[in-house]
Design a protein around this ligand. Structure first.
Ligand SMILES: [Zn+2]
Length: 189
């Protein structure tokens, strides 16, 4: 780590040093200061939203300087905010990008799609409550519903593979009732 990237302890202001035993940065004053920098992982949450005729919602990402996937297609997805649950992140991001209010039916995928990155992602099967109001919102330049033949290539492997499994019938069917929806609403209230 270069001098420019030096991170200071948020409790005592002295620099953090790398401790290979725990694979983390920790305060140089240890053991007098016990601060360890728990850097991540970053979490993202996505939704797979079926539409009639075996179609699924996809969005085309906005072109942004900090997004290497700008202009490409994926399922509605976004980062989980600080102090936010993955479920609420999936609901919030889906509405921001596609204008769809969804209830989450169940988890389809949870994993670390790329071991090179300290990130994990969740994909939820979701039901749109206002399907007629689908339109591109924040962070999306286009939104559409596609079947297996017309779906554009998706920029995230975890999305493409989960969608393949869904279309192959290997992830079961849309359940009649959401699993944790009521509990999540209660927490959000
Ligand atoms: Zn410290």
């Amino acid at each position: 780590m270069s001098e420019a990237q030096e991170i200071l302890c948020k409790f005592c202001g002295v620099k953090l040093i790398y401790d290979k035993l725990i694979d983390r940065l920790r305060c140089a004053r240890a053991p007098h200061c016990k601060h360890i920098e728990w850097d991540g992982p970053w979490a993202s949450a996505a939704t797979l939203i079926p539409f009639p005729k075996n179609r699924v919602v996809a969005i085309r990402r906005e072109l942004k300087a900090d997004d290497p996937f700008g202009g490409l297609w994926c399922l509605p997805v976004g980062w989980v905010n600080r102090k936010e649950s993955p479920r609420l992140a999936a609901i919030r991001e889906t509405e921001e990008e596609s204008n769809l209010r969804v209830c989450l039916m169940r988890l389809l995928y949870e994993g670390v799609p790329n071991p090179d990155y300290n990130r994990f992602t969740m994909i939820y099967l979701a039901r749109a409550l206002n399907p007629e109001e689908l339109r591109a919102g924040d962070d999306a330049i286009e939104v559409g519903v596609f079947d297996r033949k017309t779906m554009p290539p998706l920029c995230f492997n975890s999305h493409a593979q989960t969608l393949d499994l869904w279309w192959s019938g290997k992830l079961g069917r849309m359940p009649a009732q959401p699993d944790h929806f009521l509990r999540e609403l209660k927490l959000a209230a």
